[in-house]
Design a protein around this ligand. Structure first.
Ligand code: URA
Length: 467
């Protein structure tokens, strides 16, 4: 997305009063202050972020600050200040002249997570504008942009003018992140990646929220995942992350609701870009897997509620189900695919898509139950088949991935197919099969079922999810 008109507010860092602070602080003193567990104020944090973004602060100094923040943590006020500085390091889109409350959803990422493709057209078809800016997959997790781009012709690179135009016309736009959105986060994230400072709840929360708040939204629904395939595998840590994200959203005046959802096994049956789009198509046609549909309807229903098109989340969920049943979500999906250059013929008839050249069945070598599926490892197998990236520069194969035939808790018989691999690179098959088999545990005892949605977090706190 390129910036081509004057409908956004760009913080002019050259002339802002804050830039006057450039020489007011001593960087070493600020690092020492954080290192010793003292709280930095808004201006001090802004000084660090602003100067780092303008190349006036060295990587080694910012690294030291990040490590101090990682070890000492950040207070709520520091976290909000960090988010604000990163948010205003670039463009903050202003969509206030477009009628209606604009609502987006963000997921902390997982394996087989194609929920955005399903809920975005559902919510838009219910009258709520959804300006969705998504990311790409990295490592074991997939990304919405890669899934969308597996549709022939679909483009996620739209100018800001087009972004608004599409949103106004369809109540929906599915766009890619740009360099203009929170550039400070981009630089800081790259530095955190190489200084072992990624896994810090306040730093993650500031990073995610600075990008989301820049989109021009009024409210946000968060899907915070826990389990083997999640960024935060530990449930308690995931709850803390959800609280931090909701706290920042509310601090910025955006109603924010988070759900804690299970990512201990892949979501649905499809893992890999086009394969997930195909599963998303089935969901929008009313034939989706139960787990995918349950979370999709809950998140969509919550977005419809926050967008003021339902009086409660429950009513929103009913509207979401209705939109799938009466075909309005499907029509919205076809409209947006066409609008963004995608081949609607392939969406209407997914069987005409150019499948991967090599299909390979993984067969059970014993009787029993699938006791666990390591979602992280399955994501890595999908990457190995060509569906993912090890580095940001890697090129992905849109047709590659895995279709699971059995999932955790299912009974299997020796000789039955557990999964089918799709790839255009036959050389990776042996290694991928070995890894996949290691990722599946089989036992004679049926495992107890895990809850798909464990908690809801909003401004009132954490509640057990019991619907
Ligand atoms: N995703 C982000 O956008 N930022 C983080 O820090 C971690 C995950």
């Amino acid at each position: 997305m390129y910036i081509d008109c004057l409908i956004q507010i760009k913080t002019d860092i050259e002339t802002s009063p804050e830039s006057m602070n450039q020489n007011k602080y001593n960087t070493v003193s600020l690092i020492r202050k954080k290192r010793d567990g003292k709280e930095l104020d808004e201006e001090e944090i802004h000084y660090l972020v602003d100067n780092y973004t303008r190349d006036s602060l060295a990587d080694y100094q910012m690294s030291a600050f990040l490590m101090a923040a990682f070890l000492q943590g950040l207070t709520d006020a520091e976290s909000a200040a960090l988010t604000r500085s990163m948010l205003h390091s670039g463009v903050v889109v202003d969509l206030s002249d477009i009628p209606g409350k604009k609502v987006d959803k963000h997921s902390t990422g997982g394996v087989g997570d194609k929920l955005s493709l399903i809920l975005a057209p559902i919510v838009a078809s219910c009258g709520v504008p959804v300006p969705m800016i998504s990311g790409r997959g990295l490592g074991h997790t997939g990304g919405t942009l890669d899934k969308l781009e597996s549709i022939p012709g679909f483009t996620v690179d739209v100018t800001l003018g087009r972004y608004r135009e599409i949103l106004e016309k369809h109540n929906l736009v599915l766009a890619g992140q740009t360099d203009e959105i929170a550039p400070a986060d981009k630089r800081l994230y790259a530095l955190r990646d190489v200084t072992a400072t990624v896994e810090s709840i306040p730093l993650i929360a500031g990073s995610i929220m600075s990008k989301k708040l820049a989109e021009g939204i009024d409210a946000l629904v968060l899907d915070v995942k826990y389990g083997s395939g999640a960024f935060m595998s530990n449930h308690n840590e995931a709850v803390k992350l959800a609280q931090a994200l909701v706290g920042i959203g509310e601090e910025f005046g955006k109603q924010t609701i988070a759900y804690l959802t299970d990512m201990d096994q892949p979501l649905g049956f499809a893992v890999g870009n086009w394969l997930e789009v195909r599963e998303g198509i089935a969901c929008l046609r009313g034939d989706g897997p139960d787990d995918v549909m349950e979370i999709s309807h809950l998140l969509a229903g919550t977005m419809i509620y926050l967008g003021e098109h339902a009086k409660s989340v429950e009513e929103g969920v009913e509207k979401s189900k209705q939109a799938v049943e009466d075909g309005s979500a499907w029509n919205k999906w076809i409209d947006i695919v066409k609008e963004q250059g995608g081949d609607a013929g392939v969406i209407e008839n997914p069987e005409i898509y150019n499948e991967a050249e090599y299909l390979h069945e993984i067969v059970a070598d014993q009787n029993g139950y699938i006791h666990a599926m390591d979602a992280y490892e399955i994501g890595m197998v999908s990457l190995e088949l060509g569906a993912g990236r090890r580095t940001k520069e890697d090129i992905i194969d849109p047709a590659a991935g895995i279709i699971l035939k059995r999932k955790t808790g299912d009974e299997i018989k020796k000789g039955e197919t557990i999964a089918r691999f799709y790839t255009n690179n036959s050389e990776v098959l042996d290694n991928a099969e070995r890894k996949f088999i290691n990722a599946i545990s089989i036992s004679g005892i049926k495992p107890t079922e895990r809850k798909l949605i464990s908690h809801m977090v909003d401004k009132n706190g954490v509640q057990l999810y019991n619907r």
